[in-house]
Design a protein. Structure first.
Length: 545
């Protein structure tokens, strides 16, 4: 998820995090004014209406987490647990899964959840006519390619989905997909009620879900309120009466509101407060290794940086080697984070800091100059590489440091920052492919697998608006290694193939990894049950006063 985590952050996302792009309006009222046992939580204005298949950033993702449940859920450490599913059973070849739902499930409006609630929703998202941002998550299901045709009505169904009875359906895959049983824990795989198809636009502003909470109100750019869902029968039953997601445009304002008692929880810490937040006696602090990565993407067709060309490869590697990540983490982030060594995160299964090619992520100004000179010998580039980010988050200090490091190594006019006013404008410009330079990106995982970081951000099937491959990177060798990993007979075998796929990325550098974000945040002293989970979300169902 594109971590509006940056907007936070994507999750991240899955991300994506753009990772810390969020912020506060400063107009929030005291959490006590909500009445009852309501928890107020930091958020940013969602980029789009609240539709599971069209949300890939954390501003909307955190709300969907409250409103929707999937076949499986993840505990605070990222372990999968059956939720709406009673069982998910593969055949001997791993190409067909039989899914049985728990009986008696209902949406928040009281209508029943049946097998068709899933198959119809998944087909809608996969169908190119409907232009859903999470479409590529369904690419391994049979019939996906047929739903990418230009002449569709939008209601065509995935041929690989078959309803057996009201509580059972089967999923036929194009090839084995070892991540499928956990992939279905992502919000894009949530069921949808029939009311969704009658008025998609209206639904997005007042969604009917099946999660621990139900929608109460959405005052755009102010707050999104949810209350307990009386029809929810899962194990994530809230210990509070509801959650008020307060919309901020500045992280610093949200942090100040927690300090002042006007906000209960924020799941990110302003960079200027990273030195002191764990010492604040008036706050509960949380700081653990995180699962999100911060990076910046360079479009694959950017002149002088084209992927697959000798000049483009030289320039990308030179730019990466010119960045002093260790210094940025130490001096800008005050040690809250860690320099990136790959394209995933240390807490994700299969992570390794010894993948061939990761020397391209190490600070080496001498080698960077050599590569840059070789690139200039091929074709002289007199334009600056601009790096865009949203000004309403905490990105400025990091990107100022990145640009300074690049220019100190390669020359004073090589790079420049390109701040954009709001996260919404920033993400829309990325979606519309209007940014003519590099841009801040990142990823908060949707499920605990290297595949989520790699396939969703860099697979060809996720390019051109079909997913989160915003740089439109395409490499057949990389895609082939992902396919081999899907067919792997064990997790260890799959992880080895994911590492080989990362060798391709570390050479091509479709994005430049910067650092792994910490899971950090604070809560007011009176809030009980405060934690931040493996995805950087606060565990709001557990929190109460």
């Amino acid at each position: 998820m594109k971590k509006k985590a940056l907007a936070l952050a994507a999750i991240a996302c899955s991300a994506a995090m753009l990772l810390s792009a969020c912020g506060a309006s400063g107009s929030s009222s005291s959490s006590s004014s909500n009445g009852g046992n309501v928890i107020s939580v930091f958020d940013t204005e969602p980029q789009n209406p609240l539709i599971p298949g069209n949300t890939n950033e954390t501003g909307g993702g955190i709300v969907l987490r409250a409103l929707f449940s999937q076949l499986v859920r993840f505990d605070v450490k990222g372990n999968p647990v059956m939720d709406q599913a009673q069982s998910i059973t593969p055949d001997a070849n791993g190409t067909q899964y039989t899914i049985k739902l728990k009986p008696g499930l209902k949406f928040s409006d009281g209508t029943p959840i049946e097998a068709q609630s899933y198959t119809k929703a998944w087909s809608y998202i996969a169908n190119a006519k409907n232009a859903q941002k999470c479409s590529s998550f369904f690419k391994t299901i049979k019939g996906y390619d047929d739903l990418q045709a230009k002449t569709l009505n939008g209601d065509e169904q995935l041929s690989g989905l078959k309803v057996v009875d009201e509580n059972t359906f089967t999923v036929d895959l194009n090839s084995p997909d070892s991540t499928f049983p956990i992939k279905v824990g992502y919000s894009a795989f949530a069921p949808l009620p029939e009311s969704f198809y009658k008025d998609v636009k209206a639904f997005g502003n007042n969604p009917v879900g099946n999660g621990p909470y139900k929608m109460s109100s959405w005052n755009h750019n102010q707050d999104i309120k949810v209350v307990k869902n009386p029809h929810y029968t899962g194990k994530d039953k809230p210990k509070n009466d509801g959650v008020d997601f307060k919309i901020y445009t500045k992280v610093s304002a949200a942090y100040a509101d927690v300090q002042a008692g006007n906000l209960d929880v924020i799941n990110t810490v302003p960079q200027e407060d990273t030195k002191t937040f764990q010492k604040e006696s008036s706050l509960q602090a949380f700081n653990e290794p995180g699962s999100s990565i911060q990076q910046f993407t360079i479009p694959s067709d950017l002149p002088h940086y084209q992927v697959g060309t000798e000049e483009g490869t030289l320039r990308r590697q030179a730019i990466s080697m010119a960045i002093d990540r260790q210094s940025i983490v130490k001096k800008v982030l005050n040690g809250v984070g860690a320099p990136a060594k790959d394209f995933t995160a240390p807490v994700i299964p299969g992570y390794s800091d010894h993948i061939k090619g990761n020397e391209n992520l190490s600070y080496n100004p001498k080698k960077a100059k050599e590569l840059w000179a070789k690139a200039n010998a091929i074709s002289k580039d007199t334009d600056q590489l601009t790096l865009a980010y949203n000004s309403d988050g905490d990105a400025k200090p990091v990107f100022d440091a990145v640009v300074n490091s690049i220019n100190n190594a390669l020359g004073s006019k090589v790079a420049a920052t390109n701040p954009m006013p709001t996260f919404q404008q920033f993400r829309d410009a990325i979606t519309d492919r209007k940014i003519k330079g590099g841009f801040r990106s990142g990823w908060m995982p949707d499920y605990p697998s290297a595949e989520n970081f790699l396939a969703q951000n860099f697979a060809s099937s996720a390019a051109n608006g079909n997913g989160s491959n915003d740089g439109d990177y395409k490499n057949p060798k990389f895609d082939a290694l992902l396919q081999q990993a899907y067919a792997a007979k064990s997790t260890d075998e799959a992880n080895q193939l994911y590492q080989q796929a990362q060798e391709v990325l570390l050479n091509d550098l479709p994005a430049i990894p910067l650092y792994y974000m910490a899971n950090d945040g604070v809560a007011a002293k009176g809030v009980k049950g405060f934690q931040i989970d493996w995805q950087t979300y606060p565990t709001f169902v557990q929190m109460h006063k």
